[in-house]
Ligand binder design. Sequence first.
Ligand code: HEM
Ligand SMILES: *[C@@H]1O[C@H](CO)[C@@H](O)[C@H](O)[C@H]1NC(C)=O
Ligand SMILES: *[C@@H]1O[C@H](CO)[C@@H](O)[C@H](O)[C@H]1NC(C)=O
Length: 320
Amino acid sequence: MASSSFVAIATFAFLALFMGSSTAQLSTNFYSSSCPNLLTTVKSAVQSAISKEARMGASLLRLHFHDCFVNGCDGSILLDDTSSFKGEKTAAPNLNSARGFDVVDNIKSAVEKACPGVVSCADLLAIAARDSVVTLGGPSWNVKLGRRDSKTASQGAANSSIPPPTSSLNNLISRFQALGLSTRDMVALAGSHTIGQARCTNFRAHIYNDTNIDSSFAQTRQGNCPRTVGSGDNNLAPLDLQTPTAFENNYYKNLVNRRGLLHSDQELFNGGSTDSLVRTYSNSESTFNSDFVTGMIKMGDISPLTGSNGEIRKNCRKAN
Ligand code: HEM
Ligand SMILES: *[C@@H]1O[C@H](CO)[C@@H](O)[C@H](O)[C@H]1NC(C)=O
Ligand SMILES: *[C@@H]1O[C@H](CO)[C@@H](O)[C@H](O)[C@H]1NC(C)=O
């Protein structure tokens, strides 16, 4: 064989191997020898944050979602803007909305103390999301780990990849589909809105202009969300009107009663293809829990950086 073609073949084999490593599998025991106390360390930091403010569980769960939907679960949402860089924190879906960054800092410092330079910020978000759900009464699962952190972030990608609350059912289906998540995954993951809060600016049009909403519920929400754009935009309302700090299937019961807070929520039960699944989840917490767990694991698998790609950030707010 001519040496140049040998080099070509060797290069090809190397590239194939290398590219293979970028899609390397995550594993639940990734840190079991390099950071044996990781899971207990994160859990106690999450529990302590939630005991100070129950909503924090919702905020941490959402951070993992917004991380994964923008160029994969790579910790990109955690990077602070600088004078020369506009990241995801100030992107439209996150500005004045994404929260919990100081809690992530606390988790990171506790973990750095136990095992310096070992655990990625992207993995901490995945574990904190699970621990938040469990702490608020939801299902548990084994979190796959081994993600690495991005060195950069994309405000444009965050603007365009995270579905807005004005989304139609078809938009929701296609945006999740684009990331390998089925309609069933989407409907189950939206059940995250059984916890947490939303701002008036995100549900104003639904409570004033939409017709597929229970009128007394609309009236109640109008009480703290003025009709005029720019007035009371940041006033909060619970995504689940009954139990916004308990993780169960009440979200779907609300939808069946036309008490979804966001336009996008009520789209899941509005005479379309997902009505029957919403009914199923409203009647069966165990079916919801099991599909939610399946969805979370699939969401956590979106385009991770692995092998030698990315880095393990020392400070979640900035690249090393
Ligand atoms: C299906 C498409 C989705 C849309 C359109 C959507 C939209 C929104 C909006 C507009 C808010 C309120 C933000 C604010 O007003 O500041 C919100 C909050 C929230 N979202 Fe979603 N979301 C979706 C899916 C998800 C998924 C998949 C998860 C998690 C896996 C999630 C978890 C949450 C949580 C927990 C909150 C409350 C956060 C807090 O209280 O700090 N959402 N979402
Ligand atoms: C993202 O959206 C915000 C708010 O609409 C806008 O100010 C910003 O310029 C957008 N950024 C990019 C990079 O598109
Ligand atoms: C409701 O719809 C009308 C007519 O399209 C529009 O002018 C108005 O801004 C909408 N109001 C809200 C709160 O979205």
